[in-house]
Ligand binder design. Structure first.
Ligand code: ZN
Length: 428
């Protein structure tokens, strides 16, 4: 039983006051000058020009910077890093050669690299070995390591084979498709696969809609959506064919990953039904990962068409590979090029990276916007991302859950490393 004395004995939460030279509201697409953000513990307490700074508060001076809410990558795979060498960018081989424990360690590192670039939320959409994505989320939430808020899918559910084309003996005798994919062909198997992911810590469900010619029908996708909804989870579909897109939209899927199969007609339907587009628009500038000029032009044209049709857009990368000389976060920010080449104004790119990112991640009521009561996640850059979106490539300051993670361009993560699950072992 909790006594009054015990409550009184708790130390008051530390208070931090951040002086922001400019503070961007991405929803409105404008910036206010000379704002103060008061942070108490993990949350924002007050924001405004005339906020009284309490005695004893730690003051962080960002008066020569632009402060904005954290960024969202709506589609990544933090526990997967395929490489030009040795596997020639073929992730079949990554999966055979890198164990899940090694991939979990990579995921921690990639998460830190994402956070250092200002990504405070990442939707981690499968291909993460045997639930390394859940382990990453738990490690961050329990308080062992720093990292973005993770919305993870567990194992991708698909009809037989997933995205692989294994030999019969490797598939049937060695079950090689698992754990990259959960084979689920019948209604019973579909229900069971969704339940397995929920049991093992998924916060969103990811399916292969049409990775194989047999794929999923609209009714089968509806079954996934119904089962996921019992636990309050949404469903993202990997889509690579026009028919798959049609089935997914018809079924009322939450988000569609990859833009390759999304035509003008599909975009109009997505806009009408409010289906999120996680288009994963790979730029043509990543060393070791060539994109043909034709493919890049198609990607840019697809994104431009989606924007013109007012499809709900998220910033999503699918950046699950190593680019020499760049961190995972820096690779993700290279994707800004595609958005600029599609002619999308900076304010709308920023909206996709923030407001829309919070919505597709379903954090928008507690995490994302810099408003009183919300978790204190915020970043700062010199320059003005509303004028030049590339200003985001120079994140100098990052606060996550009220703790400073990066300051003056240097990571300062000491407060995030704890010797136990300080936020609670029950976090699963
Ligand atoms: Zn992906």
């Amino acid at each position: 039983m909790l006594t009054v004395t015990a409550v009184a004995a708790q130390a008051p939460a530390p208070v931090t006051a951040i002086r922001a030279g400019r503070l961007i509201d991405p929803e409105a697409g404008r910036a206010l000058t000379n704002q103060v953000i008061l942070v108490e513990g993990t949350r924002i307490k007050e924001v405004g020009a005339n906020v009284a700074i309490p005695a004893g508060a730690t003051i962080i001076d960002l008066s020569n910077m632009t402060v904005l809410p954290g960024l969202v990558d709506a589609h990544n795979h933090l526990a997967l890093t395929y490489k030009p060498d040795p596997e020639n960018n073929i992730y079949y081989f990554t999966y055979v050669m890198d164990s899940t424990p090694l991939r979990a360690i990579q995921a921690v590192s990639n998460g830190i690299q994402m956070l250092a670039s200002g990504f405070t939320i990442v939707r981690d959409m499968g291909n993460n070995g045997n639930y390394a994505d859940t382990a990453l989320r738990q490690g961050i939430e329990q308080g062992w390591v720093p990292g973005p808020t993770i919305v993870n899918s567990g194992i991708i559910i698909g009809s037989m084979g997933g995205q692989f084309y294994p030999t019969p003996e490797m598939a049937k005798q060695h079950n090689i498709v698992y754990p990259e994919y959960l084979d689920a062909d019948t209604p019973d198997e579909i229900v069971k696969a969704v339940r397995q992911n929920i049991l093992f810590g998924a916060k969103v469900i990811k399916i292969c809609v049409d990775c194989k010619p047999y794929g999923y029908t609209a009714d089968e996708i509806r079954l996934v959506i119904r089962e996921a909804a019992k636990a309050g989870l949404k469903v993202e579909g990997h889509v690579q064919t026009l028919n798959g897109a049609r089935n997914a939209i018809d079924a009322g899927i939450w988000s569609i990953a990859h833009g390759t199969a999304l035509t003008d007609e599909m975009h109009k339907l997505m806009a009408q039904k409010g289906v999120w587009r996680a288009g994963t628009e790979t730029p043509d500038t990543l060393a070791g990962h060539p994109v043909s000029p034709e493919a890049y032009q198609r990607t840019v044209a697809g994104l431009k068409n989606a924007y013109e049709n007012k499809v709900p857009l998220t910033f999503s990368t699918d950046a699950d590979y190593y680019v020499a000389g760049k961190t995972r976060g820096e690779v993700c920010l290279e994707f800004l090029k595609t958005w600029k080449d599609a002619g999308i104004p900076a304010a709308d790119i920023l909206r996709a990276m923030t407001i829309n990112g919070y919505k597709v991640s379903e954090t928008e009521k507690v995490r994302g916007p810099i408003k009183a009561g919300f978790f204190a996640d915020l970043i700062a850059v010199p320059g003005d991302p509303l004028q030049n979106i590339d200003a985001l490539k120079n994140v100098q300051f990052v606060m996550k859950d009220g703790q400073v993670f990066k300051k003056d361009g240097i990571m300062t993560p000491a407060a995030f490393f704890q010797g136990g699950p300080v936020n609670g072992w029950r976090i699963r």
